[in-house]
Design a protein around this ligand. Structure first.
Ligand SMILES: [Zn+2]
Length: 396
């Protein structure tokens, strides 16, 4: 029996005696400690939203003084209802343990299935108006606020984790301003394209993010930690593939990959699995014992990628990853990106190949002369146009 689930079930049991609401209990755990408990308080508080999970979230957030429960787990005595599932997702909790099932809840009169059905119908453009009647009005007025919000550089984006936060970063080379007050965030689970002309500042910013180049003003946070103050801890979450991978030419490919794995302290098991997987994918299983000096640019790029991926990075940052790769390898790299994102990881890469960015990426930032000119979802930025058209208009 799990001790945290025990707590959740005990809470549900207590609530049966107290009768503050339905017999439900939940607790939220961070680093092996309970940071918030909740029981259903709908009747006691005259609050139809006071389900056990929501109450536990409110208590946990109060306790840690944050809206963000990233890294927490929730234990609940019963499968969460749609409202609670949404609340859990909004709070950035990524793991839910439940005891009683949906069916168990339905058997004692707590039925959620009509809500799920209603939501599903909505996504098919139908709706059961007996459940809810949704009507749109006055959008022209309301949208103005959204426009201001979209343009607000200082907003705190609170949905999802922001793995990379770039805040007012400025970098000068002598009199030349290479990065001019650049701010944007890269959330979890996105493929993020960073586009701009050569010399616009892409490589400079990427090298600042990965801690190779210093910057004059501003802050870059990786998973909430400053790259300036915690470079080692930040770098342990990142893999970086530069545009022109400079590998140790006199090493054999496999020795180089092992060397990188040693630095990241990758276990033999994990590295073996990942090296096999990616060498097979990139079709260079038979070249791993070749000296790097004998390899083409494309091959070196593949070796750099394998050594980057072998330690299962949370964030993969690449500078022009598709340059010098043959079409098959481009396809394979795209596949790897899509797989990583499904696992909640992040891909951030610079490119000037706009149709690849358009097809592959959910988010985009456009930089021009060291200044960020646009950032947001790919859909919002390009609208009905092609990314190339939008980009050329911005440049024009
Ligand atoms: Zn609920």
């Amino acid at each position: 029996m799990n001790k945290f689930m025990d707590v959740a079930i005990d809470l549900s049991d207590d609530n049966f005696d107290k009768n503050y609401g339905g017999p439900f209990g939940a607790c939220i755990v961070k680093d092996g400690e309970i940071i918030g408990k909740g029981i259903n308080r709908v009747i006691k508080d005259n609050d139809p939203t006071a389900h056990a999970e929501v109450v536990a979230i409110r208590n946990a957030c109060k306790k840690i003084n944050s809206h963000d429960l990233s890294g927490c787990e929730i234990y609940t005595s019963c499968y969460p209802c749609p409202m609670c599932l949404s609340a859990i997702i909004w709070s950035n909790i990524k793991k839910v343990y439940y005891a009683n099932t949906k069916e168990d809840a339905a058997n004692i009169g707590f039925r959620d299935d009509f809500i799920y059905e209603y939501i599903e119908e909505l996504s098919n453009d139908k709706e059961d108006k007996r459940v809810l009647n949704l009507k749109s009005m006055n959008r022209e007025e309301a949208i103005e606020v959204f426009k201001r919000y979209e343009e607000d550089k200082d907003k705190i984006v609170y949905w999802g984790d922001n793995m990379i936060e770039i805040k007012n970063v400025t970098k000068k080379y002598g009199d030349k301003v290479a990065l001019n007050d650049v701010s944007f965030t890269v959330p979890d689970g996105e493929i993020f394209a960073f586009i701009g002309h050569n010399g616009a500042g892409k490589t400079t910013l990427i090298k600042a993010i990965v801690g190779i180049h210093d910057f004059d003003n501003g802050e870059i946070l990786i998973n909430g930690k400053s790259i300036k103050e915690n470079p080692v801890s930040c770098k342990s979450e990142i893999a970086f593939v530069p545009d022109n991978p400079e590998l140790y030419e006199n090493m054999k490919a496999i020795d180089f990959i092992d060397f990188i794995c040693d630095m990241y302290e990758v276990s033999a098991e994990v590295r073996d699995k990942n090296i096999k997987r990616y060498a097979k994918l990139f079709e260079i299983e038979n070249n791993l014992n070749d000296p790097i000096s004998s390899m083409s640019h494309g091959m070196k790029q593949k070796i750099a990628l394998i050594s980057a991926l072998a330690h299962d990075p949370k964030v993969l940052i690449m500078d022009e990853p598709f340059v010098g790769l043959d079409p098959k390898a481009v396809f394979d790299v795209k596949e790897v990106m899509n797989e990583m994102v499904k696992e909640g990881k992040i891909i951030f890469f610079s490119t000037h190949i706009l149709d690849v960015a358009e097809k592959l990426c959910s988010k985009v930032a456009i930089i021009k002369n060291g200044k960020l000119v646009k950032t947001g979802s790919m859909k919002a930025i390009k609208g009905d146009k092609s990314l190339e058209k939008v980009f050329l208009e911005l440049e024009g």
